[in-house]
Write a new protein. Structure first.
Length: 397
């Protein structure tokens, strides 16, 4: 009887913060999950501690080395420095293709057993991802091989990041209206108008926020919009008639807008759970919206030559939420049909919310069947590590 290969016990994640909070947000979730659920000794190398601190207030921005929630955090200040092979982790994750320090790569090549080197790629629903997941990429000079890990939406990808017990915790929270109200009150959220729909708003500056706020204010039903401080500041400030600082609020027509403090990741998750509709952006909040079990509208990270529109359409086709969601999503991302606007596309979207909520539950069940990304990555690492040990003349134990 053969046993499945066991992944090594040390793991390093290298993260360069490019998109404000998305990069470190994903890496921090991974780091905590590897440490808590898989008992790995995890080191997170990150170049922007200030952005990291917004998501995790326990982080000290002046510390080159610190322990945070069971994870060793190191300030990745430059590409220089010397590394001994004994400092190299058994699993090395290069997040979104960031360049590792050359000396670290050289130290990897000097290890008696080569480490598992993973390039963790961005999430995409495009068909080509299935064929690229786990592909090897030999180093051109050194005896090292990098493997590509693609999170995704099919059984041929690495699945989505999801910690154990997430669905149960969310369901319990959403079923407890007292807990929901107490949580919102802890953020300073004021009482909503009777029967108001609650929407969270997290987007990039290019989203047509001003037009959407106007559509909500002039709509037929009361709506409460909760927006984190620093998001869509220009449009939100114009609506409020004052700077969009935490605590600022205004009611106009059928719309009430309130600016929330920027919260740590666990509280942002609860915010998504507490809302009826979530506008999210990038990758981290997009995935968390899918685990929230609520209808959502995704603002994708912009790319040159509108390549992001192709990725958006690939997801909309795979998600198959319906025409109203597709039309509003395309408009929100600057790819709407000629003549389309927020005032005309929001009502049909609202009409579909019950069916979208049911669809979100079916989608969640389908995604759960693919396993979680951390466990799938460790399964790949176990196979690669076993092969590396055999190549080094050390039989797996």
């Amino acid at each position: 009887m053969s046993l499945a290969p066991s992944p090594p016990a040390t793991l390093a994640i290298f993260c360069k913060v490019v998109d404000n909070y998305g990069d470190i947000g994903i890496c921090w979730r991974m780091a905590r999950q590897f440490a808590r659920e898989h008992a790995l000794a995890v080191t997170l190398w990150v170049d922007d501690l200030a952005s990291f601190r917004r998501l995790c207030p326990a982080v000290r921005t002046d510390a080159p080395l610190q322990q945070v929630e069971g994870v060793t955090v190191r300030h990745w200040q430059d590409q220089h420095g010397a590394f001994d092979a004994r400092e190299v982790a058994a699993i090395v994750i290069e997040f979104f293709g960031c360049d590792l320090p050359p000396a670290y790569i050289a130290a990897m090549a000097r290890c008696p057993v080569r480490p598992v080197w993973i390039n963790y790629e961005g999430l995409s629903a495009e068909d080509w991802v299935d064929g690229c997941h786990t592909l090897p990429s030999p180093h051109p000079q050194l005896p090292l091989t990098k493997h590509f890990f693609f999170p995704g939406f099919t059984s041929r990808t690495g699945g989505l990041l999801r910690e154990a017990g997430l669905s149960e915790a969310r369901a319990a929270f959403q079923a407890d209206r007292t807990a929901v109200h107490a949580f919102l009150a802890s953020l300073g959220v004021r009482e909503a108008p009777a029967a108001a729909r609650t929407v969270s708003l997290f987007c990039y500056p290019s989203a047509p926020v001003a037009a959407m706020l106007a559509a909500w204010a002039g709509g037929p039903e009361p709506l409460r919009c909760l927006v984190p401080e620093g998001v869509a500041s220009e449009a939100v400030s114009a609506f409020l008639g004052q700077p969009a600082r935490a605590g600022a609020h205004r009611r106009q027509g059928m719309l009430s807008v309130q600016v929330l403090p920027f919260v740590p990741q666990p509280d942002y998750d609860r915010l998504l759970w507490a809302c009826d509709v979530n506008f999210v952006r990038g990758e981290d909040s997009w995935v968390r919206a899918q685990w929230a079990g609520r209808p959502f509208v995704w603002h994708i990270y912009e790319q040159d030559e509108n390549l992001h529109h192709k990725k958006l359409r690939a997801f909309l086709q795979r998600y198959a939420g319906g025409a109203a969601l597709d039309a509003l999503s395309l408009l929100w991302n600057g790819a709407g049909a000629p003549g389309a606007d927020c005032a005309t596309l929001w009502p049909p979207f609202v009409a579909e919310l019950p069916s979208l909520a049911a669809h979100a539950a079916r989608w969640e069940a389908a995604m759960l069947a693919h396993g979680d990304a951390c466990s799938n990555l460790l399964a790949l690492a176990g196979v690669v590590s076993s092969a590396n040990r055999q190549n080094s003349g050390i039989m797996p134990g």
